[in-house]
Write a protein that binds this ligand. Structure first.
Ligand SMILES: N[C@@H](CCC(=O)N[C@@H](CS)C(=O)NCC(=O)O)C(=O)O
Length: 247
């Protein structure tokens, strides 16, 4: 039994759903409402993921967290579908370097940028004190500190500028690589490509024009079109919002 704890529009959940689609394995969905109900902060979920994040995977009672680790696990455990990890040891190392960049530069940066854009409406109706009490329940101490700091001070212009610069640096690196190879690690789609796949759409949703202007990075632009045309991408995005009234 393969059960995924996930949220319909989360980038980290989409990466994993895309990997599951590439591997062509069946899975059971447990949707965790991280938006309205804040189920990630409930005790039962913190038993599954002490960081209060989605996604988490339960494979026959064994729980795994961290989307990029879940993706590597799925590729190792299932020999169905496409092989998503390069045979060559150096290419495999580079795949992990890209994944690291997407996690520590792109994901962290977009999180700061989304906070003052698309996420700002999610707190409507909650008082400052109610929010503070909620954020004190966040399992991951770093994330807890960030959220409490943002509650008091918002996201500064300097922090936003820094976030954009960090993402642009990674997009520039992608442009150089994608001028040489069709996918980030060569001729084959790998977990590195999938790890980045949901972010171009997120840049667009947040109206980050400097990140969506492909004339500056044409090879990256081609890669975006190519990855967004994959059936596995469509499948990852097809998971519906169970709370269709939600903002
Ligand atoms: N490093 C973690 C990051 C997971 C993460 O940031 N998840 C977000 C959704 S993409 C989340 O659960 N956020 C909960 C919240 O904002 O309170 C992973 O890759 O799984």
């Amino acid at each position: 039994m393969l059960k995924l704890y996930h949220y319909w529009s989360s980038t980290c959940s989409r990466r994993v759903r895309m990997t599951l689609a590439e591997k062509q394995v069946d899975w059971i969905s447990h949707h965790v409402d991280i938006h309205r109900k804040k189920e990630q902060l409930e005790e039962w979920y913190k038993q599954i993921n002490p960081n209060s994040y989605v996604p988490a995977l339960d494979h026959d009672g064994k729980v795994l967290i961290e989307s990029l680790i879940i993706m590597q696990y799925l590729d190792e455990v299932f020999d169905t579908g496409a092989s998503l990890v390069p045979e060559d040891a150096y290419a495999r190392g580079m795949m992990r370097v890209w994944m690291d960049r997407f996690e520590y530069a792109v994901h962290k940066a977009i999180n700061a940028l989304s906070h003052s854009r698309s996420h700002s409406d999610k707190f409507v109706g909650l008082s400052h004190d109610e929010l503070r009490a909620l954020w004190q329940k966040v399992g991951n101490p770093e994330k807890r500190r960030i959220l409490l700091h943002r509650l008091e001070h918002g996201v500064s212009e300097a922090e936003e500028a820094n976030a954009i610069e960090r993402i642009e640096t990674v997009l520039d690196m992608m442009e150089v690589q994608l001028a040489k190879t069709p996918w980030l690690c060569g001729d084959q789609l790998t977990l590195a490509d999938i790890a980045m796949a949901p972010y171009p759409d997120r840049f667009q949703a947040n109206k980050l024009d400097m990140l969506t202007d492909f004339s500056k990075r044409p090879h990256y632009g081609n890669w975006v079109s190519k990855i967004q045309a994959l059936p596995s991408y469509a499948e990852a995005y097809a998971f519906p919002n169970p709370d269709s009234d939600a903002a």
